[in-house]
Design a binder for this molecule. Structure first.
Ligand code: ZN
Length: 444
């Protein structure tokens, strides 16, 4: 109990700078949808204006400034004037994307490197503080409070030389951090025993790491030994079957969330577990089609994020690389007015863009395989819109008729105007990851 009080005091002292922001965000979440949209529009207009007035990359928009920021213009109309910002554009135009007049304290941050070269971004202290406050707000939805004991199954590698520092931090934060990579059965057993001893109120984990833990302890015949208040999963896709197994084992609900290293928390589930509330008071999230136009709510498209707080390097219409859907339902039983992301359907690289601009998932396309005769293995690669390259490993009785069949079947899913090129190969080489990918989108 004494430790809990100490932890609470320490955390409140350490985070004192962000407490006013946290109060602001706590209030914002219960505004109506319309009030949140208005608040967002004010913040959006402010950050876009800072970009046009100060950032060399957006200099060419100065002549349209009066039109972009005219009375009565909508958020969508404002954003429509701005180009999509890809990771490649940031790398190629790094210096011209920086605001030379930013007065706030500036720090460097990097994107995750799972899909290529990490991207360096500049953040100011306001963005960092809003990011942290938004994370704390949604941690609370899962039952976390200042002083809560936490187990983290995370990816940061632990440096042995920092052992003492880690111990002190663990005590002060009441937090155990387990490196989620390279676990063996002994490590898992140690965590299992510690779980019983420390009884963490909250577990925060990579979805895949926590699933691996649950699956392994079950295989070892180790019965559940603790029921936490809440479980938060993040960082990678949480599949329904993983959620089911984790919830059953811990007898506790999973609060899934979505975010990325470079922008922080984007959305998080509330106790209704029916979509993830978007942090719309600190970011503007768009779901767009192939022409960068918003798709109707309930339809899948590419996710673009505009940060509403970072004046050091305004991040406008950032291509995060994921496909998602905004929920059609504008209200939630929990009473929060923040809009919801219905789902994240995966990486853009796992989608083919059909000839009429729709995103067709690789998973959906796997249903074509049984319709293809005499094909041993197949891979669909898209390098440009309107055209796909299909690599085929022929089966024993493959004929011209089977080639025509591939074209007919694929056109049914990808559009009648899609150009289907077929290349015959002796095998489909594994990528560096060692995984065979059925669909590869090389356009992004
Ligand atoms: Zn809700």
């Amino acid at each position: 109990m004494i430790r809990k009080v100490l932890n609470k005091r320490y955390r409140l002292h350490k985070e004192r700078r962000i407490l006013p922001i946290l109060n602001e965000l706590e209030k914002n979440q219960y505004l109506t949808c319309e009030e949140i949209e208005n608040l967002q529009k004010t913040k959006l207009s402010n950050i876009l204006k800072i970009a046009v007035d100060n950032v060399p990359y957006y200099d060419y928009l100065k002549k349209e400034s009066a039109e972009i920021f005219s009375d009565g213009i909508s958020s969508k109309q404002m954003l429509d004037k701005f180009p999509v910002l890809t990771k490649k554009i940031i790398i190629d135009n790094y210096k011209s994307l920086i605001n030379p007049r930013c007065q706030n304290k500036v720090i460097k941050n990097y994107s995750g490197g799972s899909t290529g070269k990490p991207v360096k971004l500049l953040q100011d202290s306001v963005m960092r503080d809003y990011g942290l406050a938004a994370t704390i707000r949604s941690d609370r939805w899962a039952g976390w409070e200042f002083g809560s004991s936490v187990f983290k199954f995370w990816g940061a590698s632990r440096d042995q030389s920092a052992h003492l520092k880690e111990k002190a931090k663990r005590f002060l934060f009441n937090e155990y951090v387990f490196d989620a990579f390279g676990w063996d059965k002994d490590t898992i057993k140690t965590i299992y025993k510690l779980m019983k001893k420390e009884k963490p109120e909250i577990i925060i984990a990579y979805a895949s790491a926590l699933y691996f833990y649950v699956d392994t302890v079950k295989q070892m015949g180790l019965k559940p030994n603790h029921v936490p208040k809440g479980i938060i999963t993040s960082a990678d896709m949480l599949y329904d079957w993983q959620r089911k197994e984790i919830e059953e084992y811990f007898n506790c609900k999973v609060f899934n969330r979505y975010g990325c290293r470079e922008l922080g928390l984007i959305s998080c589930e509330c106790k209704e577990h029916n979509g993830m509330h978007i942090s719309s008071d600190r970011i503007y999230l768009e779901v767009v089609d192939d022409n960068n136009q918003p798709v109707p709510d309930g339809c899948a498209g590419r996710i673009l994020i505009t940060d509403l707080t970072n004046t050091a390097m305004p991040i406008i219409r950032y291509e995060i690389g994921d496909i998602g859907t905004i929920s059609k339902q504008r209200t939630c039983k929990c009473g929060r007015g923040l809009p919801k992301l219905e789902s994240i359907q995966g990486r853009i690289t796992d989608y083919i863009v059909s000839s009429d601009g729709k995103y067709v998932s690789g998973t959906a396309l796997t249903t074509v395989v049984p319709q293809l005769n005499n094909v041993q293995q197949i891979q669909i690669i898209q390098k440009e819109k309107g055209k796909v390259l299909t690599k085929v490993v022929k089966g024993a009785n493959y004929s011209k008729q089977d080639e025509l069949n591939i074209e007919t079947v694929l056109k049914k899913y990808l559009g009648i105007d899609m150009i289907i090129e077929i290349e015959y190969v002796s095998s489909l080489l594994n990528e560096k990851s060692g995984k065979y990918r059925f669909v590869v989108n090389e356009m992004c």
